[in-house]
Design a protein around this ligand. Structure first.
Ligand code: SF4
Ligand code: SF4
Length: 360
């Protein structure tokens, strides 16, 4: 009886969040050169989130606007994805996901349109096939664009404005020169938003030179190109977002909106961001294998994951309200008001050594 009463209270007190990101799978059909999938190999546990586990979250999303079905994997590989989308939509939620674009068959596009998925993000790493295919190995630029043309035509046929198309472009030193060309492509495809990301998690020291923020000699070139491209995009009515491209060492923010959103990984763990995903650290129980690490400012650090609870055993509301989690959020919420030394001393190591914080 007490447990029932507490669950009802937790449903009523569900947190009011901008979004919850749910990692529906950690499996992938590609091998992008910078991704943990490619670089960690078998140390990254491949698994789908089960529908039963997903359902445990639903009673507590009452005041959350958007459910984003995304983690370290290709979401369309989870056979339950359409049922998960349907459940979210039946609960009045906006739904989004980002895909590598290779599984967008007519049948899948039809389902996304029929289910009124609000946002479909497509990952690109170039505006020419030679560049994109070399970085996002296992995907094919021309095939993705052809799938997106199919999506536009089918939306038109169905008289549907959704899914709204977003392009997610990873900014690297080797593909930066193509960024300007993304605007005409986006315009032709009816894209609403272009989001540029940085190489924030560097798992291979050889990739350090691919991070735009490490190329300080050309910082002016990067900044000016981005400003010009943003103006170009905005003239076409396309939202253009990016962080950086230079590091701000005194930043006391985090670009991941940790105060008003969270991530639930494929095992049900609740975390502030994908970089703290314990599934990236499965080496801990893989016995004898070398720990996975990442590079931050020329130093190597072990990947550390942490979780504030698991929706399998506890209500999402209860986890969100955990005093440890609230204290973590307060650090970023009030960061700008804190003494810098205090802020840094309270931060977990992983956040202290995180490019996402310095690119805010
Ligand atoms: S498609 Fe996404 S999850 Fe798959 S390898 Fe590329 S970056 Fe990683
Ligand atoms: S600073 Fe980095 S590790 Fe910490 S919450 Fe932000 S993105 Fe995650």
């Amino acid at each position: 009886m007490f447990r029932w009463f507490k669950t009802q209270l937790d449903k009523i007190n569900s947190p009011k969040l901008d979004w919850i990101q749910v990692e529906v799978t950690t499996c992938c059909n590609s091998s992008c050169i910078y991704c943990p999938h490619t670089l960690m190999g078998s140390r990254l546990k491949n698994m789908h989130m089960s529908l039963d586990l997903f359902l445990k979250l639903i009673p507590f999303i009452r005041y959350t606007k958007l459910i984003y079905l995304q983690g370290w994997g290709e979401p369309l590989l989870n056979q339950e994805i359409f049922e998960m989308i349907r459940i979210c939509k039946d609960n009045g939620k906006s739904v989004g996901l980002t895909t590598n674009g290779m599984l967008l068959s007519e049948e899948i596009i039809r389902k996304l349109i029929d289910l009124k998925v609000d946002i479909l993000g497509i990952s690109l790493a170039g505006t020419r096939a030679t560049t994109h295919n070399k970085i996002r190995q296992g995907t094919d630029f021309n095939e993705i664009i052809s799938n997106l043309d199919k999506l536009s035509a089918m939306k038109c046929e169905a008289g549907s404005h959704v899914p709204a198309l977003h392009l997610a472009y990873i900014m690297l030193t080797s593909n930066f020169h193509e960024i300007r060309e993304i605007v005409p492509i986006a315009k032709r495809l009816g894209v609403r938003q272009i989001i540029l990301s940085n190489l924030s998690l560097i798992l291979d020291p050889e990739l350090c030179s691919e991070a735009v923020f490490n190329d300080s000699d050309r910082a002016d070139y990067y900044s000016k190109s981005l400003e010009t491209t943003k103006a170009l995009a905005e003239r076409e009515g396309i939202v253009f977002e990016y962080n950086g491209p230079v590091l701000n060492d005194s930043s006391q923010h985090c670009t991941e909106n940790v105060c008003n959103s969270c991530v639930i990984n494929a095992e049900g763990e609740v975390l502030p961001c994908v970089f703290l995903n314990p599934l990236l650290c499965t080496y801990l129980d893989s016995g004898g294998k070398e720990p996975a690490g990442y590079v931050f400012k020329n130093e190597s650090y072990p990947l550390e994951g942490f979780s504030f609870g698991n929706i399998r055993h506890d209500s999402f509301t209860h986890i969100w309200q955990d005093p440890r989690y609230a204290a973590f959020r307060d650090l970023f919420k009030y960061g700008a008001l804190m003494e810098s030394g205090y802020f840094m001393s309270e931060l977990p190591n992983r956040c202290m050594n995180c490019y996402k914080r310095l690119l805010a």
